[in-house]
Write a protein that binds this ligand. Structure first.
Ligand SMILES: Cc1cc2nc3c(=O)[nH]c(=O)nc-3n(C[C@H](O)[C@H](O)[C@H](O)COP(=O)(O)OP(=O)(O)OC[C@H]3O[C@@H](n4cnc5c(N)ncnc54)[C@H](O)[C@@H]3O)c2cc1C
Length: 384
């Protein structure tokens, strides 16, 4: 039950795609009828899709991240601090600098974090482009690379943006061709599955392009350890792969505060597939990368989910039934996938429908380029 003696206090944790959009939608729809607070530990809104490109060329700072305040409606209270505790019993979120925020509704949008420590040698022996610092280090390593064997892979499922390692591989092929190093380089893509990509229909499109570009696909490869000295990846299947450069996406987990609060089942926050309510909690929702939903961890997932949670909380504050059209998540995800050579395709799917990606073309590549630019004035504000 919501305490009707004061304006409902809605606390949104995390200022990434999901949290920023949810806070803006709620403030827009509820105005002065609720108090919306957003907490983020950095006060920066980072656009992670830009990391893919930052591995190949330096990008202007404004493409990578912006001041969170500049993306939020003025009526939202922004608290720049780290959430260190969440206590659903007393409905409070504790912050590093001592403040305790009380809430009537809580939206958890804290994303995922990388856990390279789960694979011995991974942090020391391999690169990745899943953080800005990682992408910048990889950029330097690529610049210094003069040919040999490159391994690209993932070291755990689920990981965010499943297309990103495939896109990286295609862009790497382009990059090495431009530098005249392609014939001196073997590219091996290591997949833990029986195919290149998590979704079969997309794999059927990707694998022939791998073949065309002489990118070797190795299936059922589960990375167990990396030897940074000898430059060898060992797998759970007892195979070894030598490399000159390894680009391996680390395992993912949730921020520790969620695990410490007992809000996770294993690594992820269990939520209802349709309502996004955290199982076993009242008036607590979770969206984006931190959930256990059987769907891609992607910015577009968080984007579609934010609208559902905004409708459900708005309905509760207005004490009316939820509009089932706006307030139900069907697992929708939409993302572009770079296929190299200035082309891309796109994937649209949901819980019940696989994507049917169109043939790669220049149009979809331009579509992704436009979205990367337009993102800042559309997605976080709910204009798309
Ligand atoms: C290389 C790469 C390419 C990608 N490309 C795409 C793409 O093309 N399309 C797409 O849809 N998705 C893409 N993604 C995935 C997308 O970026 C994520 O899925 C998305 O950002 C998830 O949104 P979120 O709101 O759940 O979490 P995030 O955007 O990660 O936001 C979480 C926020 O919580 C804050 N936070 C964490 N812990 C705390 C704490 N304890 N206290 C306070 N604040 C905290 C963080 O600072 C952060 O601001 C890509 C990701 C990567 C790495």
């Amino acid at each position: 039950m919501v305490d009707t003696r004061h304006r409902p206090r809605i606390v949104v944790l995390g200022g990434g795609v999901g949290g920023t959009l949810t806070a803006n939608l709620l403030a827009r729809r509820l105005g002065t009828r609720a108090q919306v607070t957003l907490v983020d530990r950095t006060g920066l809104h980072i656009y992670q899709p830009s990391f893919l490109y930052a591995a190949f060329r330096p990008l202007p700072t404004r493409s990578l991240g912006r001041d969170l305040r500049s993306l939020l409606r003025r009526d939202i209270r922004l608290v720049v601090d780290e959430v260190t505790t969440i206590d659903p019993a007393s409905r409070t979120a504790g912050l590093r600098h001592g403040q305790n925020l009380e809430y009537d509704f809580l939206v958890i949008a804290l994303g995922s974090q990388l856990a390279p420590e789960r694979i011995p040698g991974l942090a020391e022996g391999s690169h990745n482009f899943y953080s800005l610092a990682g992408a910048q280090r990889l950029h330097t390593a690529l610049h210094e690379f003069s040919g040999g064997t490159v391994l690209v892979g993932v070291a755990g499922i689920p990981y965010k943006c499943p297309p990103a390692p495939i896109e990286f591989t295609f862009l790497l092929d382009d990059y090495l061709r431009r530098r005249g190093l392609r014939s001196a380089t073997t590219i091996r893509f290591l997949s833990p599955l029986n195919r290149a990509f998590t979704i079969a229909s997309a794999s059927r499109m990707i694998e022939p392009i791998f073949e065309e570009r002489r990118i070797e696909l190795h299936t059922f490869v589960n990375v167990a350890a990396v030897d940074p000295e000898k430059h060898i990846v060992t797998t759970l299947e007892d195979e070894t792969y030598d490399y000159d450069l390894a680009v391996i996406v680390p395992p993912h987990t949730t921020p520790a505060v969620l695990r410490n609060a007992g809000l996770t089942d294993g690594d992820w926050v269990p939520v209802d597939r349709q309502t996004l309510a955290v199982r076993g909690q009242e008036n607590v929702y979770a969206i984006g990368d931190c959930t256990d939903l059987p769907i891609s961890k992607a910015g577009s997932t968080a984007h579609f989910e934010a609208r559902v949670v905004a409708e459900r909380i708005t309905a509760a504050v207005e004490q009316r039934p939820v509009d089932p059209t706006r307030g139900t998540y069907h697992g929708k995800v939409m993302c572009f996938l770079e296929t190299g050579g200035g082309k891309a395709t796109y994937l649209v799917f949901d819980y019940d429908h696989e994507p049917r990606p169109p043939q790669p073309s220049r149009i979809w590549h331009l579509g992704k380029a436009v979205l990367n630019q337009a993102y800042w004035v559309t997605v976080p504000q709910g204009r798309l």
